[in-house]
Write a protein that binds this ligand. Structure first.
Ligand code: HEM
Length: 182
C-alpha cells in the first residue's frame, strides 16, 4: 500500500495518542526496523498488523479504527490531489468522480498502487450508491473516507451513510443520501 497512507497513520497515532504509542505499535507489529515514506509502496500486511495491534491497544475494533482513520485521511488526500477537484463539487459530486479522477491518477503514479475500484451510481441529485470491492477488506476505511468528505464539504449533518457489508468483507455497498439539515 501507498506510503502516504502509512505516514498518515503514523501521524494519526502520534496526534490522537502520542509518539511513544506509535513506537510501541511498531514494535508490537514487528516493524521496528521499518520506516515509512510517501515515495514507496509497502506490503498490505504491514497495514493489517498495525491496525490490528492498534485496535488491541486502544480497545476499539479494527473496523472502528479503520473508520476513524479514513475520516482523518481526507483533508490530506484532498490537499494532495487538489488540482483534480472542481470548485463547484460538494460531497456527492466528489464521490461520483473519485474513481475517474483521484483513483485513476493514483494508479498512474505508480505501477504498484492499487486503490480499490469504486463503482458509483448516482441515483438522484441527492443520492448515490458506492460499490466497494477489494480483497483488502477495507470497507470501513471507505465509510470513514465518505464521512470525512462530508465533513470537508461542511455537510456532515446532512449526509447519511448506510453501509452494507458482505459476509467475507470484500464487498461493501454504501448508500449515501443528502437530507435536509437537522
Ligand atoms: C480525494 C479523494 C481520494 C484520494 C486522493 C484517494 C487516494 C487513495 C490512495 C492513494 C490510496 C492507496 C492506494 C494504494 O496503496 O494502492 C487509496 C486507497 C483506498 N481508497 Fe481512496 N482516495 C480518495 C477517495 C476515496 C473514496 C471516496 C473512497 C471510498 C468511498 C476511497 C476508498 C479507498 C479505500 C477503501 C482504500 C484502501 C485500499 C483498498 O481497500 O483496496 N477513496 N485511496
Amino acid at each position: 500500500m501507498h506510503g502516504t497512507i502509512f505516514t498518515l497513520l503514523k501521524r494519526y497515532v502520534q496526534t490522537q495518542y502520542d509518539h511513544s504509542t506509535w513506537v510501541r505499535l511498531m514494535e508490537a507489529a514487528g516493524l521496528s526496523a521499518t520506516s515509512f515514506d510517501h515515495k514507496n509502496v509497502y506490503p498490505d500486511e504491514h497495514m493489517y498488523a498495525l491496525v490490528g495491534h492498534a485496535a488491541e491497544m486502544t480497545g476499539l475494533s479494527a473496523q472502528e479504527l479503520h473508520e476513524k482513520f479514513g475520516e482523518y485521511l481526507v483533508p490530506d488526500l484532498m490537499y494532495m490531489y487538489q488540482k483534480l477537484l472542481q470548485p463547484q463539487w460538494t460531497t456527492l459530486d466528489m464521490l461520483e468522480h473519485t474513481e475517474n479522477t483521484m483513483h485513476r491518477q493514483v494508479r498512474q503514479e505508480h505501477a504498484e498502487n492499487a486503490p480499490p475500484v469504486l463503482q458509483v451510481t448516482r441515483l438522484s441529485p441527492d443520492e448515490l450508491e458506492i460499490n466497494y470491492v477489494s480483497k483488502r477488506r477495507m470497507g470501513a476505511l471507505a465509510v470513514g473516507i465518505v464521512r470525512g468528505i462530508a465533513t470537508y464539504y461542511d455537510e456532515a449533518d446532512r449526509i447519511l451513510v448506510e453501509p452494507e457489508t458482505s459476509e467475507d468483507g470484500e464487498h461493501v455497498r454504501i448508500r449515501v443520501r443528502r437530507v435536509a439539515a437537522a
